[in-house]
Design a protein around this ligand. Structure first.
Ligand code: SF4
Length: 283
């Protein structure tokens, strides 16, 4: 089988940095290591780290009970309140927030302090978006789609600052901004979608346009993988979201002569290579 694998598939810079940070700590730290939420949306990596003694903290209450050790803030980042909490508890922490996300924290903090209403284009349930909300001086609004943008009622006389979740789909962001711009002239739009995401989405789309089957590899809960899946599915009806080699099924490749592969930012290189080799040889 002919296989085209996207060059941009797999760990992005921010995820690589966060994962390496935790692995390095497991070598050097002799007190407990915790991550605030799974370090990436990849079960294999999380369970490998668990074997090395790294524990995942899921809830604020769990964090409150910790008395010693090192806490790692993952690439998604957290709100200001969490930093305060860590300091109050006297815990040492390593901040592996991606610099692109930190940049959004600074923007919303400064702009909201100037009195601007912050609008975040993204998924309100995503930890990155929740972290960004946690840096807004006043309340912020999260817009997920065009419908929500259309229904949004803007207060007269208030200036707006619009940012986006780093992994948001660029075309959807543009459409939402267009709707919001018609509602208010006093707005400041900052496209904070990270280059890694944009590049990955563009490359995935270009590959999906020309193959018979498209595979998107990534964790079940990975938002950027889900977006990649949507983009590819628009171009190639025969698009499948898989987590590992185990999810492959010969039905996926019926009457296919060329298969495209892309992967979300949390997918280890090893998994991509395994899938690639398997498809090339077995189908
Ligand atoms: S997708 Fe972009 S913003 Fe998110 S962690 Fe990776 S490099 Fe950073």
């Amino acid at each position: 089988m002919r296989v085209i694998t996207a060059d941009s598939a797999g760990f992005c810079f921010g995820v690589k940095r966060a994962v390496n940070t935790v692995y390095e700590l497991t070598e050097s730290c002799d007190t407990p290591i915790y991550t605030l939420g799974p370090i990436i949306h990849n079960e294999e990596v999380v369970s490998d780290l668990e074997k090395k003694g790294v524990r995942v903290i899921e809830k604020e209450e769990e964090l409150k009970k910790i008395t010693e050790g090192t806490v790692v803030i993952r690439s998604h980042g957290v709100g200001k309140k969490v930093y305060r909490q860590l300091e109050e508890q006297g815990l040492s922490y390593v901040d592996a927030t991606c610099p692109f996300v930190l940049k959004i924290h600074r923007i919303v903090e400064e702009e909201s302090q100037k009195g601007k209403q912050i609008i975040i284009v993204g998924d309100p349930s995503h930890p990155e978006v929740q972290g960004i909300c946690g840096w807004c001086f006043s309340s912020c609004t999260v817009i997920r789609n065009k419908e929500e943008a259309q229904n949004l009622e803007l207060k007269e006389g208030v200036s707006f600052c619009i940012v986006s979740q780093t992994t948001f789909n660029y075309n959807n962001f543009k459409d939402i901004v267009e709707i919001l711009r018609k509602k208010s002239y006093d707005n400041n739009v900052l496209n904070t979608i990270c280059n890694a995401t944009e590049q990955r989405q563009k490359e995935a789309k270009a590959i999906a346009e020309k193959v018979d089957t498209m595979l998107v590899i990534g964790g079940r809960n990975s938002s950027n993988t889900q977006k990649l899946f949507e983009i590819c599915k628009n171009e190639c009806d025969n698009t499948y979201h898989i987590q590992t080699l185990v999810d492959l099924d010969s039905e996926m490749f019926q009457s296919s002569s060329c298969v495209g592969i892309t992967a979300g930012a949390s997918t280890p290189k090893k998994i991509i290579e395994e899938v690639q080799e398997h498809v090339r040889i077995k189908f």
